[in-house]
Ligand binder design. Sequence first.
Ligand code: PHE
Length: 346
Amino acid sequence: MLLEKIETLLQEVGSLTAKNADEVEQLRLKYLSKKGEINALMADFRNVAADQKKNIGIKINELKQAATDKINSLRECLTQVETQTDDLDLTRTAYPIPLGARHPLTIVKNEIIDIFQRMGFVLADGPEIDNDKHVFTMLNFAADHPARDMQDTFFIEQSNPDDVTKNILLRSHTSGDQSHFMETHKPPFRILCPGRVYRNEAISARAHCFFHQVEGLYVDKNVSFTDLKQVLLTFAREMFGPETKIRLRPSYFPFTEPSAEMDISCHICGGEGCGFCKHTGWVEILGCGMVDPNVLEACGIDSNEYTGYAFGMGVERITNLKYRVSDLRMFSENDTRFLNEFVSAH
Ligand code: PHE
């Protein structure tokens, strides 16, 4: 009789289930507590004949062990399920988060970098908050030279108004990266300096207080203006199409001599003349020139041994030409209607 009861209980215990911690506790009370089923068997056990005690004792122990194991494992399963449900973040939006597009300026900047990297240029960068020495003085801007006014610079700290070399400023061109680089590297080098620059201009459709540049510098023995012209022609054709022509007009920059502005044939009318190129057939895209020997010397490079060329362009300008963005302010307004137009661009 007792053996049968134990067998039934063993089966019962084997098929126990529980949905939550309360139910597990109920089962524990039912089988394993002082007033539980298994303890109740002990009362019967006392009346068992002596020769069967051992056998039945073993069985009861087996049942007790089985019930303990089962209840523990039910409890463990429940904790696992609970932690799994904890990972469910019910505060997350039910809708998929739409993927954005690359910013048009990033698309064009990457394209410019890609073209010059294929011609052997490597990236170099410098600080956006720089000092007068690297942004102007080392680049041949004399302390009282009116050329300093060419770029309306944001000066941050004028620790000594009489000593411009101590002034902290927001860089007005990435040419400063080039003086940092030249100071610490020996030629030959071909570097490309992309980055954000700042100028104190009233914000309008055509001007902003910050914009982006990519400037390039090549210093080696026997670098000539011909090299510069060929590299820029290759760039213009890669960027605006193989039919593109270039035109160099004499210009002035303190850090290059001779200096030039480069125009490309208007890629909208093919040079015929249209509203976009103001009926000239040409649009200006960058400044360039041979590095002034004074700049090389200021950076510790022997100008009798080395020559170099430099160029600099505005990424906004190139982007406007490529995508005809009519208002500069759109680049920094974060209006997703504008930005989404570039989803398929790259
Ligand atoms: N640094 C010049 C500017 O910001 C551009 C430039 C770079 C011109 C290199 C000539 C050579 O306007």
